[in-house]
Design a binder for this molecule. Structure first.
Ligand SMILES: [Zn+2]
Length: 336
C-alpha cells in the first residue's frame, strides 16, 4: 500500500509509492557514459584563459589582474541575465488587477573552477570551501543594495537539471520581490512559531536525529538527511545544527564545514547514482527577516531521476517511487 506523507515545513503532501518503489540502486543513470569532457575548451567562456568572452568580473579569488587568468573561483554577471541593474522599482497596476514592474535585479554566475572537466562532487574539499565562501561573499554584497529583498543561490548540474553548460558553475539571483514560494514557507514557519514558540526546522532536525534512519551524514555543525516527505528519490536536505535564519549569517569556519558536508553528499550521489543530474538550492529568509527566530536556512538537493507530470502540476502532490529510509541507508553505505 502506498502512503501519503505531509511535509511540516510546507504542508505539501507526497505519495510514497511503496508498492511501485524501486530499489535504491535502480536509480543509477542508465544511459551510456558520455565522453569525459576535456580539461579546456577553446569555445567555453568559463574556462581559464577565455576571460575576454565573459562580461567583466564582479568578484574573484585570484592572484593575477582582474579579467585575466590566475583565479580559482570567479563571479561574473550572467551574459543572458534574467534581470538587470537598470530600471524603475515602480509597480504598476492594470485595472487594479495585473501587477507589473521592470525586471530589476542581479543575476550572476559563479564559475566554480578554472578547469572545464571537474564537478563539485569530485573537487578537493578546499575548492568546495572556496565556492561556498564565494556564495557567502556574494550574499553579503547583494544584501547591501536596498532594492533587493531576497537572494536565491542555486546550481543546476546536467541537462535534466536545466543546464547545457558543462563547465562547473553556480548562479545567484537577487530579486526586488520576495518569491511566493518563499513567502509560503515563511508563513508555515511563522504559524508554527506562533503556536509553539519554536522553529519548525529545529524541531524537524531534532526528530530526524532521534529517528536516525533518514540521516545520510553528520558533522559537528551540520546534518544531511532524506526528508520524511521527500518529493523525489534521493532528495537531500542539509541543515545547520544551530539555528541561523539567513545563509549570510554563516561564519567562515561554518562555511568551510558546510562545504565539507556538501562535498560528501555530492560524492555519495555521484558514486551511488553514477553522476546524476541535480538541482541544489539554498533556502534562506528575505533580508529584512534575518533577525527573526522562526526560520533556518538550509540546502535542498534534488537529483533529477524522476519526471514531473500532469498529476504533480495539477495537485502539487509528488509521487516518490523510492522510500526515504531505504535511500538514506543506501547513501550511508557509500564510502567517500
Ligand atoms: Zn570550460
Amino acid at each position: 500500500m502506498s502512503e501519503l506523507r505531509q511535509d511540516p515545513t510546507t504542508n505539501d503532501w507526497v505519495i510514497i509509492a511503496h508498492e511501485r518503489a524501486k530499489r535504491p540502486n535502480h536509480f543509477t543513470r542508465s544511459k551510456a557514459p558520455a565522453e569525459p569532457p576535456p580539461p579546456y575548451r577553446p569555445d567555453c567562456p568559463f574556462c581559464e584563459g577565455n576571460e575576454s568572452m565573459t562580461p567583466e568580473e564582479e568578484w574573484a579569488y585570484r592572484s593575477g589582474a582582474p579579467n585575466g587568468p590566475g583565479w580559482w573561483v570567479r563571479t561574473i554577471t550572467n551574459k543572458f541575465a534574467a534581470l538587470s541593474m537598470q530600471g524603475s522599482m515602480e509597480r504598476k497596476d492594470e485595472f487594479g488587477l495585473f501587477r507589473r514592474m521592470d525586471g530589476v535585479g542581479k543575476h550572476e554566475i559563479i564559475v566554480e573552477a578554472p578547469r572545464h572537466d571537474v564537478s563539485m562532487a569530485l573537487m578537493s574539499s578546499q575548492q568546495v570551501e572556496e565556492i561556498v565562501l564565494m556564495y557567502r561573499d556574494r550574499y553579503l554584497q547583494m544584501r547591501e543594495d536596498p532594492r533587493f529583498k531576497y537572494v536565491t543561490i542555486f546550481k543546476n548540474h546536467g541537462e535534466r537539471a536545466g543546464t547545457s553548460i558543462e563547465h562547473p558553475h553556480s548562479q545567484i539571483v537577487a530579486t526586488p520581490i520576495v518569491p511566493a514560494a518563499v513567502r509560503r514557507r515563511l508563513d508555515v514557519a511563522m504559524q508554527y512559531y506562533d503556536n509553539t514558540g519554536k522553529c519548525i526546522y529545529c524541531d524537524v532536525l531534532i526528530v530526524e536525529q532521534k529517528v536516525g534512519s533518514r540521516v545520510v551524514y553528520e558533522s559537528d555543525r551540520f546534518v544531511a538527511f532524506h526528508p520524511f516527505a521527500s518529493r523525489s528519490p534521493f532528495e537531500t536536505w542539509v541543515f545547520p545544527k544551530v539555528r541561523q535564519s539567513a545563509f549570510g549569517q554563516i561564519s567562515i569556519g561554518e562555511a568551510k564545514e558546510f562545504a565539507h558536508v556538501l562535498r560528501i553528499v555530492l560524492l555519495k550521489l555521484h558514486k551511488g547514482l553514477d553522476n546524476p543530474d541535480y538541482n541544489a538550492i539554498i533556502h534562506t529568509v528575505p533580508f529584512k527577516d534575518e533577525v527573526e527566530e522562526y526560520y533556518m536556512w538550509h540546502m535542498q538537493i534534488v537529483p533529477r531521476v524522476s519526471h514531473v507530470a500532469g498529476f504533480e502540476m495539477g495537485s502539487g502532490i509528488y509521487i516518490n517511487s523510492a522510500v526515504p529510509e531505504e535511500t538514506a541507508a543506501f547513501m550511508r553505505g557509500i564510502e567517500t
